[in-house]
Design a protein around this ligand. Sequence first.
Ligand code: 16G
Length: 259
Amino acid sequence: MNAADQIFAMLRESSQSGAPLYLQLRRSIEEAVNRGLIGPGDALPSERDIASKADISRVTVRKAVQDLVKGGVLVQRHGSGTFVAPRMERVEQSLSRLTSFTEDMARRGMSVRSVWLDRGLYAPSPDEMMVLGLSSTELVARVARLRIANDTPLAIERAAISASVLPDPEAIGSSLYAALGTTGNRPVRAVQRISATNLGDADALLLEVSSGVAGLQIERISYLASGKVIEFTRSVYRGDAYDFVAELRLTGPGEEIRP
Ligand code: 16G
């Protein structure tokens, strides 16, 4: 049976349920994906075909499909149609070790590459001045990259570093932390803030997910041993690909809680 037949078979099964039509169709597609009857990359029949074969309106079909696109089950590619979304192997990232993206992925045996979105020296923004302790006459090096592991785009990272530390952002190779390490400026401590976000159009396009799906917004401020702030990075990670894991301990008597 092809993808279309699988979906229509599921739909016939659920047509007794009395649920609204769009919900029946949504569940049928979801069920076909969950049972592996249709798999990642399989094309969905066109809206018109589903509507005529299942005898429901195109508006109903669109509503069901849009719901599944928002939920990350399906992806739509302009001009070529609707497909079952690629299944993501989730990456588990410990929150207790200060590692670089390159190291994290290498440890998992994953290949890493980056697409440069921007790198150059700029007049600092008020945020960058405050966090990095820069004056308005100093420059900031901005390094923005799409980070890709095993050919799947996982994150967009936008790092800001004082130009006095990184005077030539063009000279960075594949790892920012390795480049900082060559001048003794690799951070040893960081504070990271993680919050939920819905991906905007531009970020979703880069991360190859549908606009509006859930993502993680991460802000990392990293320090040298001297206490000086070295890195201010704002990133967006795919919500379907990344789990941040923290180990929690009951603080013993006399132990300090460090911020
Ligand atoms: C991590 C860091 C990022 C850092 C990058 C350096 C998070 C959320 N972010 O991805 O702040 O700039 O590693 O990686 O963990 P690189 O050395 O591979 O360029």
